[in-house]
Design a protein around this ligand. Structure first.
Ligand code: NAD
Length: 250
């Protein structure tokens, strides 16, 4: 298992923090050579290679993907993980906020994939994993914009899987519940009562706790690896049952 990804070369966007960092580290532990693309990759430690880029800026994405592919000698795995959040109903976010979140969460995947595809076509084990969210399908309150962006990521994943299956490129996504990352730390930090807010978030997960970044990373590593060679066009939930279970109130 530990060398399952030996010989494979991976690029993880948003890989300097949270789920992306856990994923980059796990892919490396399993034998892959890993590059991270992030707004600020300065904290990324060896053996991970860091490249600065903003997924909402096409020129910077193209330059960073080209540099990463050149440093790694090609690309086999692309993890489209970079994303930003937004709270509120449709009345709470203005057009500028909608455009910004869609630009990063949806078009960011489009730009990075476009830049990476020519390199992935040179691989015998090409795989793309998009970071979606349970918000794509769960109907969460106060998350209209974020949910719409992740709904688009889910549809995009299916369309990309269909478009590239014949050329041997698999495309899947992971749908986490609420994951204990710096992002959620920032949300809690801004809450009136962070401890009460954390308890509420935990209670929302049927398994009674937040999801761990390493649990999401493990799902990504599976979907990216050769053991998932017959899996494409799927969404793997890592959510403690939040999306799929219909539980009676406790
Ligand atoms: P995080 O804030 O801890 O890390 C996000 C990383 O993405 C940061 O390193 C940041 O610099 C980078 N990033 C942000 N915008 C970028 C841009 N424009 N270009 C390049 N890099 C950029 O967040 P996280 O919680 O690890 O979330 C990662 C992904 O997981 C996101 O797509 C998010 O929607 C998804 N997700 C998170 C949760 C959760 O509860 N934390 C749940 C479901 C899905």
């Amino acid at each position: 298992m530990s060398a399952e990804l030996e010989g494979l070369r991976a690029l993880v966007t948003g890989g300097a923090s949270g789920i992306g960092l856990a994923t980059a580290r796990l892919l490396a532990t399993r034998g892959a050579e890993v590059a991270v693309l992030d707004l600020d990759p300065r904290g990324v430690e060896m053996p991970l290679l860091g490249f600065a880029a903003d997924v909402s800026d096409d020129a910077s994405v193209r330059a960073a993907v080209a540099s990463a592919a050149s440093a790694l000698g090609g690309l086999d795995i692309l993890v489209n993980n970079a994303g930003i959040g937004a709270a509120g109903t449709v009345e709470d976010n203005d057009d500028e906020q909608w455009q910004r979140v869609m630009d990063v969460n949806v078009l960011g995947i489009v730009r990075t994939t476009r830049a990476a595809l020519p390199h992935l076509r040179g691989s015998d084990h090409a795989a793309i994993v998009n970071m979606c969210s349970i918000a794509a399908t769960a109907g969460l309150p106060q998350r209209a914009l974020y949910s719409a962006s992740k709904g688009a990521v889910l549809s995009l994943t299916l369309a990309m899987a269909a478009d590239h299956v014949r050329e041997g490129i698999r495309v899947n996504c992971v749908n986490p519940g609420t994951v204990d990352t710096p992002w959620v730390g920032r949300l809690l930090g801004a809450a009136e009562d962070p401890a009460a807010e954390r308890a509420a978030l935990q209670a929302r997960q049927p398994h009674g706790r937040l999801v761990l970044p390493d649990e999401v990373a493990a799902a990504v590593a599976y979907l990216a690896g050769p053991l998932a060679g017959s899996t494409t066009g799927t969404a793997l939930a890592v959510d403690g049952g939040m999306g799929g279970l219909r539980l009676r109130p406790a």
